[in-house]
Design a binder for this molecule. Sequence first.
Ligand SMILES: C[S@@+](CC[C@H](N)C(=O)[O-])C[C@H]1O[C@@H](n2cnc3c(N)ncnc32)[C@H](O)[C@@H]1O
Length: 477
Amino acid sequence: MLNTDTQYLHKKSGKPTKEDIEQAKQRRDYSFFKDIFESAPESTKAYVLRKIGRLPEDFRYEIFLDLLPTSNHNIKALTVKNLGKSKNPFFIKHLKEIAIKDGNANVRRECVSSIGRIGTNLAVPILLDFLNDRDARVVVQAIRGLLKFRECDEVKEAFMRMRSIENELISEAIEEALNENTNKSQSTSKHSDNRFVDYFENTLVCGDCIQVLKHVPDESIHLCFTSPPYYNAKDYSIFQSYNSYLDFLTDAFKEVHRVLKEGRVFVLNTSPVLIPRMSRKHQSKRYLIPFDIHPRLLEIGFDFIDDIIWVKPGPSAKNRNGGFFQQRKPLMYKANSICEYVIVYRKHTDRLIDWNLRQYPDDVVQKSKVTGEYEKTNVWNITPSSSKFHPAVFPKELASRVIQFYSFTGDCVLDPFSGFGTVGVSALELNRSFFLIEKEVGYCEKFLENGAETLFTTFLTYEQFIEKMQNFKGLSS
Ligand SMILES: C[S@@+](CC[C@H](N)C(=O)[O-])C[C@H]1O[C@@H](n2cnc3c(N)ncnc32)[C@H](O)[C@@H]1O
């Protein structure tokens, strides 16, 4: 029988409140739960199972067993999850049976996760069996469940055998499991070492970015936003082949990866490029740069985070429609390109973004909050900029969004292909500092002439940079 108070609340509102659930739990009012599990609508059952939270050790978990025959996958998964909160090995056999027989992937994963949470020795052989499961996410749950037994020979051997498995979820979980001890002892990160960016605050170096970056210490930079040369589209970038162009970018981005701090962001603006035909007898060629460089970035050790499409107003696009417009013949259609890609990557780390946030004092996080309206979709409508001094400048709006979304006040932003220095100007306006590299002396001069000197910029030739680096090393050794 229901206790009258609880019955009243339950019937009156149709759905118990969080407080009702908490009180029933504390009073060990099992009839409250039984009543709901037997006769309440499915949505109420699911709500209670979700809100029940932590359970006292002496809670009678058997009340959940009545829900297991349900055909509702959501309720079954939530029930299984609650059984995992008990430390009672008695439930392992129920969970194992469901994990083997159930047709729903989520239910099976929750079962294996709960077996791991119950975590007695009895769970070990069962979890070892699930390492061979067909569903990689079930395997990952089994790996997690086995972590606390990883000193046991059988588990260690199983983990070692699994190192060659190709599936990325499994191999990541296995590497984590095997490296956990080493990682713990090496968990000091250089996140808070800002000596380089303080010493080279707001510097523009005129030189080749790969050569310059090679001297920058590991994990010094907070954010990199850049737009590299677009293969052979402009005079400042002439490469022997598309492949040698991709190799060049790969080398530059390896350095970017090394100098970025752990878990920090690299934002890359590129777009497909058209190499015009040499004559009417030849074909023009289009290269999909962002898609071709993407696998190389993953290989370097970046994780893909977001694909933002920067859309420019229609009239700013080069018209490629002339031929088709006149003749309307299939195969002749060519779309006017009005967008570029702004792809967001994060330097791989096992740490969550929360860890990055915790590296900053509260007042810095508060000051860095992005206030007011902001773009909620991955389509950013921004009018492009033009400059008589540089053929491919960023609009400041683009740089300023990226800097606000992916860095904190006081951080240092790197642009290794800085051109006219748009990233530097935006960084300063947003109370960040910059480290810019540009190989063309003419563009550096224009940046300086256009007021950058008043922006407290230090301009260095490559040789001056090397000299200053020697001083820096002397001071920081
Ligand atoms: C697409 S533009 C960048 C424009 C820049 N985002 C702006 O707003 O002005 C690429 C720039 O990279 C420079 N560049 C090309 N190769 C370089 C290299 N190896 N090292 C440094 N800069 C380079 C080019 O001179 C060009 O100015």
